[in-house]
Design a protein around this ligand. Sequence first.
Ligand SMILES: NC(=O)c1ccc[n+]([C@@H]2O[C@H](COP(=O)([O-])OP(=O)(O)OC[C@H]3O[C@@H](n4cnc5c(N)ncnc54)[C@H](O)[C@@H]3O)[C@@H](O)[C@H]2O)c1
Ligand SMILES: [Zn+2]
Length: 340
Amino acid sequence: MSNNLPSYLDISKDINSNLSDAIETMHPDKIAILVDENTKKYCLPHLHLSVDAQIEIQSGEQHKTLDTCSHIWKQLTAIGCTRKSLLINLGGGVIGDMGGFAASTYKRGMPFINIPTTLLSQVDASVGGKLGIDFEGFKNHIGVFQDPVRVIVNSEFLASLPERELKSGFAEIIKHALIRSEEQWEYLNGHSFEEMDWNEIIPKSIAIKNEVVEADPREGGIRKILNYGHTVGHALESHFLDSNTPLLHGEAIAWGMILENDIAVEADILEKRARDEINSFIRSNYELPHNLPNYESLNDHLLQDKKNDALGIRFSLLKKIGACAHDVLVEEALLKKILK
Ligand SMILES: NC(=O)c1ccc[n+]([C@@H]2O[C@H](COP(=O)([O-])OP(=O)(O)OC[C@H]3O[C@@H](n4cnc5c(N)ncnc54)[C@H](O)[C@@H]3O)[C@@H](O)[C@H]2O)c1
Ligand SMILES: [Zn+2]
């Protein structure tokens, strides 16, 4: 399974040797590196690299904006970057998505390398070519599909990551296992969070995402199984965004998976036994958020989902461990019963 990695992705044991190999092949005329205050402090010291510019932005989803892009484009312009220059994005999904977008649109496209430094960005954002920024309150509203020249994944960066961020990324690892690999699920379910061997799990998780993306690059069909847990998850995420205790993406997805499994059982798609096994594993790893929203508020957010059509809300639901259905229409009465 882990052989099935994208050709542009290195599972790295030595970040500096991978990076210098990549740079040697490219011969860039200028090199800029994009960091935020955390990756500057914790990740940049790992790199032995001389650059023409270090572009620093503030961390956080609220800075994944056109204004920040402007700042990046100005700095690239100031040092005279051309289409033969290189931007290295060192950070989590925000830096990867936004730095990649800024590079892809600068002079109609300058090459970039992503070095994902959060678990979430290593197993999820590292593959699939989706780049972009938020706009007017809409997530990833402006963007392009473009693969980086290289993605270098090195688990050593995770040592400085707060446990809550680590758990957030872990939710996508759980998701990948459940939709596609019973074998990976057996491993996860058989170990405590503290025992997880990231070097074992991460390449497998990336390979699962890559298989799905390669089968359906533009999300016409099968790629939608990656949205498992995300229909209810996004609704929870939006709800808590309005409150003063926002959930991390993966935390929302963890609870999204639990509730969507209940929906799948109720809709006779998933067996109770599998649901119980999965849900108790997730519950043991994630604390239930306080002040869960009522059905009406959750339903308001569900109705906003991009995947809906005139007939109603469409879900990606598990059929069993390792297999997922997509475009499942769920009746409102059933939804109400579960989400109440
Ligand atoms: N392109 C895709 O396919 C894709 C997939 C999933 C998510 N995303 C995007 O990714 C973003 C979320 O990514 P994320 O969860 O990585 O969040 P993030 O980029 O905001 O990083 C989380 C926090 O961790 C800090 N950080 C990063 N690396 C660190 C390290 N090694 N040590 C200590 N602190 C570190 C960051 O500064 C930030 O404060 C969202 O914008 C989402 O839309 C994109
Ligand atoms: Zn996700």
